[in-house]
Write a protein that binds this ligand. Structure first.
Ligand code: AMP
Length: 407
């Protein structure tokens, strides 16, 4: 089978890495560290299966366009991708499916938004309605900061049109869990749970990012909890999508918070998480290309299976991420890091300079994954590898997967 993966980050590298165990893989546009990368646009590639990685092309209808040309596509159409592309639409959808989530309101008017803030407790959450690369969410206990953020978002200056409508939510507390389900329009099967680290700083401090690290499995999440999430969140949501005539074939990624009142939905994404993909997929022990092709053709037959080994990924970012990022610094040490047992270096914001050297080209530059018999050794190995890599100002969180699995 020939598979075309669309995208060029760490998630697409992980997809390509695992898909290539059983399929021929090309990646467009890919990046210098992903084998099979090509600048040919997907519409010009002849493939048995297209796998769309990032949210932006899904929201923009790339899966529809490829399907219209007769392609077999893993990824929802623009209608289903609204689950990620509009938080206000998603909240309406899940309300119709009776899925537990935070109390919330949707606003385009500052005075109404401010009045709603007054009705909340002491933790305020402000979100852009539209896509903002994981950076459009503010969680704060400061009423003043919440109000300032609303003004800033609604003005359009900070996030453009994505922020001209905001969703305001009550703040929830508890550990977070990412559960990714593979959907064929009718049914969904769960992948292994993962936990990611969204804040930029150690101890969950600083602004939200696209994700600074992840680990899988999650010791706190047993099969019963996975079944509960499928029954209470994923399946009703898929049914609500069907009720709106949406044939959702792709990943439904449920971001949940395990609150004192039980699990509640934080968000849905329409694609594999990045960096969750970099820990979940390397643990996949079946034929991933076959599973995604089954989902794309509307009939999942395979049951996802995973190795018992654990995986930890540490994202190496440029100085200043997510506020600023610096490009063009030479990346050293990836050969030595990649030679360590169980280590895979996934390229994200990387490019080649005119002399052919690997240089930084984006906020999140690499995801350094280690697979080992348990979380503590995977964590130790991932940091051992990350510590061999350097460029001026390289930054990584130091506490990814700390305190889980006996560390
Ligand atoms: P989202 O893009 O909606 O996943 O939000 C990004 C992150 O913001 C989540 O992973 C949570 O850490 C945090 N967050 C979002 N919504 C809430 C909420 N209602 N209460 C507390 N934290 C939240």
């Amino acid at each position: 089978m020939k598979v075309c993966v669309i995208g060029g980050g760490g998630r697409e590298h992980a997809l390509a890495h695992v898909l290539s165990r059983t399929a021929d893989v090309v990646v467009t546009p890919g990046n210098p560290l992903i084998p099979g990368s090509t600048s040919q646009p997907p519409e010009e590639i002849d493939a048995d299966l297209f796998v769309v990685g990032p949210e932006a092309p899904l929201v923009d209808g790339l899966a529809d366009r490829l399907r219209a040309r007769g392609g077999l596509v893993f990824g929802p159409g623009a209608d289903g991708a609204r689950i990620e592309g509009s938080k206000a639409w998603m909240k309406d959808l899940v309300a119709s499916a009776d899925v537990p989530t935070a109390r919330h309101g949707t606003f385009s008017d500052r005075a109404a938004a401010d009045a709603y803030l007054d009705t909340l407790g002491d933790l305020f959450v402000i979100k852009t309605d539209g896509l903002a690369a994981g950076k459009g969410v503010l969680v704060t206990s400061s009423r003043t900061e919440a109000s300032e953020a609303v003004a800033d978002y609604l003005s359009g200056e900070r996030f453009g049109d994505a922020g001209r409508t905001v969703v305001i939510e009550e703040g929830m507390t508890g550990p977070e869990l990412s559960l990714l389900a593979i959907c064929d329009g009718q049914r969904a099967v769960a992948l292994a749970p993962a936990q990611d680290f969204k804040r930029v700083g150690d101890g969950d401090t600083g602004p939200n990012t696209g994700g600074m690290g992840a680990y899988s499995p999650v010791p706190a999440v047993d099969d019963d909890l996975v079944d509960q999430v499928m029954a209470r969140f994923v399946e009703p949501t898929l049914a609500a999508l069907r009720a709106r005539d949406i044939d959702y074939r792709g990943v439904l990624y449920a971001g949940l918070m395990l609150t004192p009142e039980g699990p509640k939905l934080v968000e849905y994404n329409a694609r594999f998480g990045d960096p969750e993909a970099q820990v979940v997929l390397p643990r996949y022990s079946g034929d991933l290309a076959a599973l995604l092709a089954e989902a794309a053709s509307g009939s999942i037959e395979s049951r996802p299976t995973f190795i018992d080994d654990a995986a930890v990924t540490v994202v190496c970012a440029t100085e200043g991420y997510p506020v600023t990022s610096r490009a063009g610094d030479v990346v050293d040490g990836i050969e030595a890091a990649g030679a360590l047992d169980g280590v895979i270096i996934f390229g994200a914001g990387v490019a080649r300079d005119p002399s052919g050297q690997l240089v930084t080209a984006g906020g999140r530059v690499l995801a350094v994954t280690a697979v080992a018999p348990d979380l503590a050794s995977a964590r130790a190995r991932a940091y051992e590898a990350a510590d061999l890599i350097s460029w001026p100002g390289m930054y990584a969180r130091r506490d990814v997967a700390a305190g889980v699995g006996g560390t």
